[in-house]
Design a protein around this ligand. Structure first.
Ligand code: ZN
Length: 116
């Protein structure tokens, strides 16, 4: 799997995305990989699972093993702490969104070297 050259920029967005879905409903890894790829993020199990483990270590999600479709899967649910984290980050996203977009459309960037 080719790693995206902007992976570092997307790292936080991917975490927010996962947290958002874990707040909505229980999620599991494979399903999340599909969901993220639907949004254009190429992310493999080798990247996703460490992220999920990290989020569990932070106390944002809690995992349990459940039988789904005849397979044991590790299922993740957002904790109250995770919901609080998502709310805090949502404010930041809105703030940034306001700068990146005007009337919901991407803002035209000035040419490099041009003073605002
Ligand atoms: Zn999504």
């Amino acid at each position: 799997m080719k790693t995206d050259e902007y992976q570092e920029l997307y790292a936080g967005l991917i975490r927010l995305h996962i947290l958002h879905h874990a707040c909505e409903e229980p999620i599991f890894g494979l399903e999340m990989i599909r969901e993220l790829s639907r949004h254009g993020y190429r992310i493999g199990a080798g990247t996703l699972y460490p992220i999920l483990h990290g989020m569990e270590k932070k106390g944002w999600v809690r995992s349990t093993t459940e039988l789904i479709g005849g397979r044991n899967r590790r299922v993740y649910r957002a904790t109250p702490k995770g919901r609080k984290a998502l709310n805090a980050a949502r404010d930041k996203v809105q703030e940034l969104f306001g700068e990146l977009f005007e009337d919901g459309r991407p803002r035209k960037l000035g040419s490099p070297g041009q003073l605002a």
